[in-house]
Design a protein around this ligand. Structure first.
Ligand code: 1PR
Length: 542
């Protein structure tokens, strides 16, 4: 089988890239020292996370000269995400650390005045009238980054680069560049479904589609921008027979209402994830809703689920549940970062933290809002990047007659409480809703944003499993408080609910569970309905 070499330095999920390459009929060899680079014909530089962290790792391990030599020799080279950023001169993410300088230009941060940052989700890599490396103007690719190369017409083209662009809000940025033997993508082709696999295949097969004379080709600006994401969520736990099943609760009660009170069994996690991927889900989230106590961490059943899922599902995978500092069954202390690392190595792109984030936020507030530096959120985001850390919030309504009754952040609600109360606040809970804390949702999300979280998965216990639509009031309260993206969750019962949440709130993504698991609607039906209403979504390709 033909071979491609991958640089083994990377923080984050490399498994999906390996799976994608193997699916395309190539084998992966690892580069583990600068001397190994000379062996490589085709070389891929993957990259997730922090520009400065990655560049410092390359330079301290003496990789920079070897990579430059490979590129200058004319052998095929592909950079992904930070692997694209590394080709430029530098980034305001870490101004003291230089890039390779193969392309003139620098990266700066997206403006978050009127949009969420990081830029997470599916966007274009628009090459307009021409295909390079199989990129199509109508296709969408998965991006996750806060820093970008701003696109200025002609600037890179004059250096001989062919450029594919994307638009986020009013900013146009570089989605991919190509010249001669080099391809670099800001998006993650290994997470971009069929469209992304096509790009990797074109690189591996040497089908660039670039003009032979090396002259850059100027393309027009991408118009559409970031799509609204539709996410399928699988709550996973062991049932009373000891099998790992996908389940689903009503307001977090996952047991049947019938006399046996068995755990609802809605199917097998790996098979269901694959089904939702094929239906066009933009991401798949697994929540381990019980902690698999008494199980050595290295054998966590979710690790196997991720490994198997990432072999066939080429969209981002999030895993949540039990991510906190803990003690293993043999008494060894294990940090949240180590647990997250096991998940990333098994195929997760993001980890989601629930209970631990609430307790940490309480301490952060009690300590005068000073960062500790050693919390799970801070540790994981500093190694894997903010975008890899999702905070799963499980709030529930506390009704009050008037805001003065509480110190908490309140809203006035169109849905009065049991005694006609017209105001409420949202109390955070831990342990799957079993314990309610004196912390409101605004306090939580602002605290975790300050600590380095990259995204909020906003559940709502009152709405969970009700099929009555999302809690729009909760979503707007949270969106108004933070800049990081929000995933609306709980209450979806039909495609109109998705349309409602996207048109009436500024949520970045919306998640459904029960309606998909019970087979009432497919993800495709939801996306078709959104497209019909004129919303920008990713239509899956085959
Ligand atoms: O606290 O870090 O160990 O994480 C535990 C995780 O498990 C948290 O993310 C928490 O939300 C989740 N969890 C715990 N218990 C339950 C339960 O249901 N008993 N599930 C639970 C949370 C809520 C959503 C659900 C949506 C959409 N599930 O993810 O999928 O509400 O449902 P719907 O569309 O059917 O309405 P930690």
């Amino acid at each position: 089988m033909p071979v491609v070499y991958l640089l083994d330095y990377v923080a984050g999920n490399i498994r999906s890239l390996v799976n994608a390459i193997e699916k395309l009929g190539y084998t992966v060899e690892w580069i583990r020292s600068p001397e190994d680079v000379a062996k490589a014909d085709k070389l891929i530089l993957p990259g997730v996370g922090h520009f400065g962290h990655c560049m410092t790792q390359f330079s301290s391990a003496n990789y920079l000269a070897a990579i430059r030599k490979h590129i200058e020799s004319g052998k095929p080279f592909m950079g992904i995400c930070v692997g694209l950023q590394a080709l430029f001169e530098g980034s305001s993410e870490d101004p003291d650390v230089p890039g390779l300088g193969i392309i003139k230009g620098n990266l700066d941060r997206f403006d978050d005045a009127s949009k969420s940052v990081p830029h997470i989700g599916w966007n274009s890599a628009n090459t307009r009238d021409k295909q390079i490396y199989g990129m199509r103007p109508s296709s969408k690719y998965y991006y996750v980054h806060s820093y970008k190369v701003s696109y200025r017409l002609g600037e890179l083209e004059r250096q001989g680069w062919t450029v594919a662009t994307a638009r986020y809000g009013d900013e146009e940025f570089v989605g991919a560049v190509a010249k001669g033997n080099i391809l670099a993508t800001q998006f993650h082709p290994e997470k971009s479904g069929v469209a992304g696999l096509r790009v990797i295949k074109s690189f591996l097969d040497g089908n660039s589609g670039i003009d032979g004379n090396g002259t850059g080709h100027i393309f027009q600006a991408a118009k559409e921008g970031l799509t609204k994401r539709v996410i399928a969520c699988l709550d996973v736990r062991t049932n009373d027979q000891g099998d790992l099943v996908v389940t689903k609760g009503d307001q977090y009660d996952v047991r049947e209402k019938s006399s046996g009170r068995n755990v609802r069994n809605l199917g097998k996690p790996v098979e269901m994830a694959r089904k939702y991927y094929e239906q066009g889900a933009d991401e798949v989230t697994f929540l381990n809703i019980t902690s698999f106590r008494d199980c050595p961490l290295a054998d966590l059943p979710m690790l196997e689920i991720l490994r198997r899922t990432s072999e066939t599902v080429f969209v981002p995978l999030t895993i949540g549940g039990g991510i906190r500092d803990t003690t293993d069954t043999d008494g060894t202390k294990v940090s949240a970062l180590e647990i997250a690392t096991m998940y990333f190595k098994s195929g997760a792109d993001k980890v989601s933290i629930g209970s631990d984030a609430v307790l940490t936020a309480e301490e952060y507030i009690a300590g005068g809002k000073k960062l500790f530096g050693n919390t799970a959120i801070e540790q994981i985001s500093s190694v894997y990047g903010n975008q890899a850390v999702v905070i799963s919030v499980d709030p529930k309504r506390v009704y009050i007659s008037k805001p003065a009754e509480t110190r908490h952040n309140t809203i006035s609600t169109k849905f009065p409480g049991p005694n006609g109360e017209s105001a409420c606040w949202y109390a955070c809970t831990i342990k799957g809703g079993r314990e309610t804390r004196d912390l409101d949702v605004v306090e939580l999300v602002t605290a975790v944003e300050a600590m380095g979280a990259g995204e909020i998965l906003l559940n709502c216990i009152d709405k969970d499993g009700t099929n009555s639509g999302f809690d729009l009031e909760l979503i707007e309260q949270v969106k108004n408080a933070i800049k990081i993206p929000v995933i609306a969750s709980s209450g979806a019962g039909n495609p109109d609910h998705f349309e409602e949440v996207f048109s009436k709130t500024r949520t970045d993504a919306a998640l459904g569970a029960g309606m998909f698991h019970r087979g009432e609607y497919t993800v495709k039906q939801v996306k078709d309905a959104l497209a019909e209403k004129g919303l920008i979504i990713r239509l899956s390709e085959s």
